[in-house]
Design a protein around this ligand. Structure first.
Ligand SMILES: C[S@@+](CC[C@H](N)C(=O)[O-])C[C@H]1O[C@@H](n2cnc3c(N)ncnc32)[C@H](O)[C@@H]1O
Length: 212
């Protein structure tokens, strides 16, 4: 028997706070997507667990072919209203929600990977692998440097590897608190992020590749 997906507290009432958070983080996210753009291989990108779609929006401004998705229809309705291509897709069964595999899948902080249940994490990586073309990439932003005790970068690497998604590369991201990114010149921020950000950054960017 299949169960409806868990909402993890993402109900319509959270939308205004998430839109506001995305607005406050926009300057920081603009730099993040510059780095992400290097992690993808040529071809379409699917963002999963996209929430209000701010990263898809910024990636599309860089002329990347990105479609957003989330399991919650209210997020998808919001993204479509913002002019973004967006689909209702469950990360635990991506193949059921897409027409064909993608060259790239991307996510930041999706609930099924930031999760205390290793089985849910494993199912997500297996679902991502099945939804990628051979050689395709999965780029995941893990929001905390050290991880919760149940969600460290090394745990993700191990579970993804067992699911058939070996790690290609990883780096730290975000050297400063988000509020500084709107205040400092972008040229200075690029230098900071490209140097100390990669060593002391507060989040991880993990790039996995499905073997060809
Ligand atoms: C912490 S929010 C992150 C939102 C967005 N990625 C961001 O960084 O602002 C977690 C997101 O995961 C989504 N989510 C939860 N379960 C999911 C599932 N089974 N499939 C796809 N998305 C899911 C939630 O609806 C929510 O949008």
């Amino acid at each position: 028997m299949s169960h409806p997906p868990l909402d993890y507290g993402y109900v319509p009432g959270v939308l205004p706070a998430m839109i506001d958070l995305a607005r406050r983080q926009r300057a920081k996210d603009r730099l993040v997507v510059e780095k992400l753009a290097d992690c993808f291989r040529p071809g379409p990108i699917l963002e999963i667990g996209a929430g209000c779609g701010q990263l898809t929006d910024l990636l599309r401004q860089r002329h990347l072919d990105v479609t957003a998705s989330d399991v919650q229809p209210f997020f998808v309705d919001y993204m479509v209203a913002q002019g973004l291509p967006a689909l209702v897709v469950d990360a635990l069964d991506l193949s059921a929600g897409i027409e064909k595999p993608y060259d790239n899948i991307f996510s930041q902080s999706i609930s099924t990977l930031i999760n205390p249940d290793p089985e849910t994490i494993r199912r997500t990586y297996e679902s991502v692998r099945a939804a990628l073309n051979p050689g395709g990439r999965f780029v995941f932003i893990l929001p905390s440097r050290w991880g919760e005790h149940w969600s460290k970068a090394s745990d993700h690497e191990q579970i993804a590897q067992a699911a058939g998604l070996p790690l290609l590369r990883r780096f730290h991201n975000q050297a400063l608190p988000s509020r500084f990114y709107a205040r400092l010149p972008i040229s200075a921020l690029r230098i900071i992020e490209g140097s100390i950000g990669r060593i002391v950054g507060v989040s991880w960017v993990l790039v996995f590749a499905r073997p060809s």
